[in-house]
Structures are given as C-alpha cells and as structure tokens.
Design a protein around this ligand. Structure first.
Ligand SMILES: [Zn+2]
Length: 321
C-alpha cells in the first residue's frame, strides 16, 4: 500500500497577521523535511509518478511507497521545497495550471486575503445591493473574508469574475492582481525544474475550473491545451495530470476516462485515500492524502493508516467513481 501526498505551498511562517482559512494550504520547509523523515524512518520507497505507474502495472503496489506532489505551481515550491528535495534526493511532481505562469490567473482568494488585511472598512455596490463592512480587528477581518468569499463563490459564471472583483476591490484591484501574480512559478523556473531527473512536471488544466461542469470541447481544451502549453515550454512530454478540486461532482467517471484516452499515464484527484494494487485498473482516478499544517507525526500516522479516509469515504477502501 502506498500514498500520494498533496501539497500546495511551502513557506516559512509569515510575519504579520493572516486569514486563517489559507494556512491549510501551507507547510513550512521544516515541516516538509519532517514529513520526508517520517517516511524515511519507516523504510518507504520514494517514487516519481512514472515509477508509480510502473509499480501499479507490475502489481507491486502492495509494497510501501510514497509520492510527493504539489498543485498549481507556486513560486515558493522553487524557493523553499526544491532545496529540501535536492538535499534528500527525493523525487516530486508539480502540477501546473498554465494560466498561472502565463500570468492570466486570478488568484482571487489571495487577493481577498490581502484586501481584508489592508482595509478597515469595505464598501461597494454589487447587483443592486450595497455592502458596508467594518473590517478593523482580527475577528471582523475573518468574518469579512468569509462573507466576501461566499459572494465570489456564489457567482456561477466564471467570466463575470473579473468584474465582480473590480467592484469589490475598487482602487486596489490592479495592485492586488500584481501581487498575486508574483506567487506563480515562472516558465523559466519550470523549464529549469523539468531538467532535473528528480522533478516531474504535470498538467493541472489551463484555468483551474471544476471539469465536471464543462462541456466536451471545453474539457478537451483544458486537459489537452494545458499539456500542449507545458510541452512547448519544457520541450518534453507531459504524462501526468491532476484534477483541479477533484472531489466528486468536480471530477468523475467522464473526466477520468477522458484523461486516460488523452494518453496520460496517471491522474490524481483530491479524494482522500491510499493506493492499492487494484488501482492498476484506475490509473487516472488516484486518490491522495492532503498534507497541511496539522500533518505532524501522529496525524500522518492516522492519515496513512487509512483511518481518516475510511471515515470520509464511509468505510469504503477504494473510491473510483
Ligand atoms: Zn489546484
């Protein structure tokens, strides 16, 4: 039995206040090292995604193994995680959403965090409704973040997103947009990473939409378009994919089959679970274990034992639909 671990960002604890909501996507470099040591001590094999596919095909997936993966393509993976993996000679994968290095992504959740931290009072008018939100202390900032997040998430039409954000952020929109773009890996960094045998560059769509909601041609564009874009930049094949969001309702049978037909060797979801020999038949529906700030040794033990996944999945060992 093995595990595929999901990370997003690796950064030292930041000075100054944060909105709590985000810290679940971050671990410190020391924490990353602790996770590597956890598996080293327990004699796990550290696999790349190509090696994982081989292990599945050979029916060796009953052995202990672990695969490290990072979603989205944050700049701090280069800065803080890469040196740790080099030190331990541990392979890892980064799944890139191509609009991120192309600088066309709207990382509104980080923009929103900055925004509520900067403001004492937030006033705007949206869809005929006037909002006037006090945002002075920590409690109010957390509440404002939650409320505005809900308004943004409730908009079903992604194309209207920039307009809504401009309305909410007002004068700060351009500055916030620029700050959030600096969070992405550059193509130059991605090219350099792709040259290292320790690193696998995978695809994670163009726009990070929940794929289940897209029609067939949009789905094709997001899956194959992102692969093509990365392949142009790194001048090499992209064989692995991660579903954005990837919970049930965001990626399911149609998407798993599509990604397999498109020729990807593996694809990972955000369903929680371990990898068993039977996943040989479901290489594009691989569950993962999300590593966050609480995943220190005792929690990691629970996560890898399948205890948490069995609770979440109501006792089912494997989720493949
Ligand atoms: Zn993602």
């Amino acid at each position: 039995m093995g595990h595929i671990l999901t990370f997003h960002r690796v950064i030292p604890p930041l000075a100054g206040p944060r909105i709590h909501n985000h810290q679940g996507l971050e671990v410190s470099p020391e924490h990353l090292e602790e996770v590597i040591q956890y598996f080293l001590k327990r004699n796990y094999r550290f696999l790349s995604l190509d090696q994982l596919k081989t292990v599945l095909d050979r029916g060796d997936a009953d052995q202990k193994f672990v695969v490290f993966t990072f979603d989205d393509g944050y700049q701090d993976v280069w800065q803080y995680a890469y040196p740790v993996f080099q030190q331990y000679k541990v392979p890892f994968a980064i799944y890139i959403s191509t609009n991120f290095p192309d600088q066309t992504a709207i990382l509104w959740w980080y923009m929103l965090e900055d925004f509520v931290l900067r403001k004492d009072r937030i006033s705007f008018c949206l869809s005929g409704k006037t909002y006037d939100i006090s945002c002075v202390n920590r409690e109010e900032k957390e509440a404002a973040f939650a409320r505005l997040r809900k308004i943004i998430l409730n908009e079903p039409d992604q194309l209207r997103l920039p307009g809504i954000l401009k309305t909410i952020f007002g004068d700060l929109y351009a500055a916030l947009m620029q700050d959030s773009q600096s969070l992405s890996l550059s193509w130059e960094q991605i090219r350099s990473l792709s040259q290292d045998p320790l690193v696998t560059i995978g695809a994670h769509t163009i726009n990070h939409y929940p794929l289940s909601q897209l029609d067939e041609s949009m789905l094709k564009q997001e899956v194959e378009g992102s692969r093509l874009r990365i392949e142009q930049e790194i001048q090499g094949p992209v064989r692995h994919f991660a579903f954005p969001f990837g919970k049930k309702g965001e990626a399911s049978l149609r998407e798993f089959a599509f990604v397999q037909q498109a020729g990807f060797l593996t694809a990972t979801t955000t369903r929680i679970g371990n990898i068993f020999p039977a996943h040989k038949d479901f290489p594009t529906a691989l569950p993962r274990i999300s590593i966050n700030e609480v995943s220190h040794s005792p929690v990691l033990a629970l996560q890898t034992a399948g205890f948490i996944s069995s609770v979440v999945n109501r006792g089912k060992r494997m989720i493949t639909d």
